[in-house]
Design a protein around this ligand. Structure first.
Ligand code: PLP
Length: 462
């Protein structure tokens, strides 16, 4: 059979013998002529092999496992522009259903809430930050006070808040880490508040360690501050990861719109909400918290459709697939997926503990953070390698396990972190542990040849 196929196949049909494949792909100039689509497809697809395997990318927070139905819906929606609410009214309807569902998941009344899809948490945080700045400015103007020096208080935030501060001219008062405190706390927040504070950001799932910040404790302290000073300082929760974890795996943790001071919450659809890349959400618990003059009206079936976004055109498929996952999984399904991740995280932590050289900064506890394990070398432990070198050796087998130093005041602490996502099985983690064992043995054996200088810090902000 195989021989038969071989004999009938003309050598000239072979993709790699075609003229277009006879020269390297153009890299600087648009080619003068057209090319055969199959040849180009194959050559580009082959080039992408070098990206490695996203499932082994244990650095990313973004989901890398998708059901076939999601692939199909993405294909069905390839031509749908989210901004064309008039042309694609049903996609617009699906977006607004998602906002309703997410608002109620976060314990707001969908009738009072308002929100939008975005391209991710970064845009969602920008919008949340802008609403805070606009509200603060209106209040200051009403009091006849200066609006020149707005500030925003936060713990160790993801880079999007640094962007927000720079792009919108807001002073960022970032609470540094201290000792083994890797998140903000009430005392540190209150210390930095004044009448120019536009808001406080609390992160549910700090990028560097995976931990949740103490939203309720900070909100209570801000209530007290308001009584004393009259400053009504809102909280925005950056729930990029945690916004789709806590509702299922830590339902008793009070962090969302159950706290009146929490005015807005954002999340990445493409992280633990399990939508394809390019999807985020931001919700205000009450319409009055989103200033009218930030909203633009676009014509929608002869009516006015309000929009608040930075981009104009945007793909609709991610949003449709978000809706698919909300319906397909429900509370039960999301709980199973996320709790499964936490459990696998615990399993990984147990395995890592057996090496006897690591100390956990955080290890996959649903009440305290996201499904992740973050560790450092135990104080005083003597090993002839750094976490950076361990990371490099693991990469030889395709595993991306970032090593990086913590931010301000803990710059001397190098950590390594694994994100456990949907599709991260016990078996995969067992294979990772075996590879780690081999890597540690090899690095220890080679110790005389090893260099000790760490390379630059890994881009862990994703
Ligand atoms: C990932 C992340 C962001 C940025 O989200 P994108 O969806 O990648 O734009 C913001 N904040 C936190 C806490 C994150 O984990």
């Amino acid at each position: 059979m195989a021989l038969h196929i071989l004999q009938n196949k003309s050598v000239n049909d072979d993709l790699f013998n075609k003229a277009a494949a006879g020269t390297p792909l153009s890299k600087f100039k648009i080619p003068d002529h057209e090319a055969d689509p199959n040849t180009m497809y194959r050559l580009i697809k082959d080039e992408l092999m070098l990206d490695g395997n996203s499932r082994q990318n244990l650095a990313t927070f973004c989901q890398t496992y998708t059901e076939d139905q999601v692939h199909r819906l993405m294909d069905d929606c390839l031509d749908k522009n989210m901004i064309d609410k008039d042309e694609y009214p049903q996609t617009a309807e699906i977006e607004s259903r998602c906002v309703n569902i997410i608002a109620s998941l976060w314990n707001a009344n969908p009738k009072d809430a308002i929100g939008t899809s975005t391209t991710g948490s970064s845009e969602a945080c920008m919008l949340g930050g802008m609403a805070m700045k606009w509200r603060w400015r209106a209040a200051m103007k009403a009091k006849g006070k200066s609006c020149d020096k707005p500030n925003l208080i936060c713990g160790p935030v993801q880079v999007c808040w640094h962007k927000f501060a720079r792009y919108w001219d807001v002073e960022l008062r970032e609470i540094p880490m201290e000792g083994t405190r890797y998140v903000s706390n009430a005392q540190e927040v209150i210390k930095r508040c004044d009448e120019n504070t536009i808001g406080v950001v609390q992160t549910l799932g700090i990028t560097f360690t995976g931990q949740f910040e103490p939203v309720k404790e900070v909100a209570d302290a801000l209530d007290k501050l308001q009584k004393e000073k009259g400053w009504d300082i809102p909280i925005h929760v950056d729930g990029a990861s945690g916004g789709f974890l806590a509702p299922f795996c830590a339902p008793d943790l009070v962090w969302d719109f159950r706290i009146p001071r929490v005015r807005s919450i954002s999340t990445s659809g493409h992280k633990f909400a399990l939508a394809p890349l390019g999807c985020g959400w931001v919700v205000w618990g009450n319409k009055k918290d989103l200033p009218e003059d930030l909203i633009f009206k676009v014509n929608y079936l002869g009516g006015d459709m309000p929009t608040f976004a930075i981009n104009f055109s945007r793909p609709g498929g991610q949003i449709v697939c978000q809706y698919y996952n909300l319906l397909r999984l429900g509370r039960e399904g999301y709980f199973k997926v996320q709790q499964g991740c936490y459990d696998v995280g615990k399993f990984l932590a147990k395995g890592l503990d057996r090496f006897g050289i690591f100390e956990f900064v955080y290890n996959s506890d649903p009440k305290k953070g996201i499904p992740a394990v973050t560790w450092k070398l135990k104080d005083g432990v003597k090993v002839p390698f750094t976490l950076y070198q361990l990371s490099d050796v693991l990469r030889e087998r395709g595993w991306l396990v970032p090593a990086y130093t913590l931010p301000a005041h803990c710059e001397n602490v190098a950590v390594q972190r694994v994100l456990i996502r949907h599709g991260c099985s016990y078996d995969l983690m067992e294979l990772l542990l075996e590879d780690m064992d081999r890597a540690i043995k090899r690095l220890s054996a080679q110790s005389t040849e090893t260099k000790t200088s760490p390379r630059g810090s890994f881009n862990h902000g994703r």
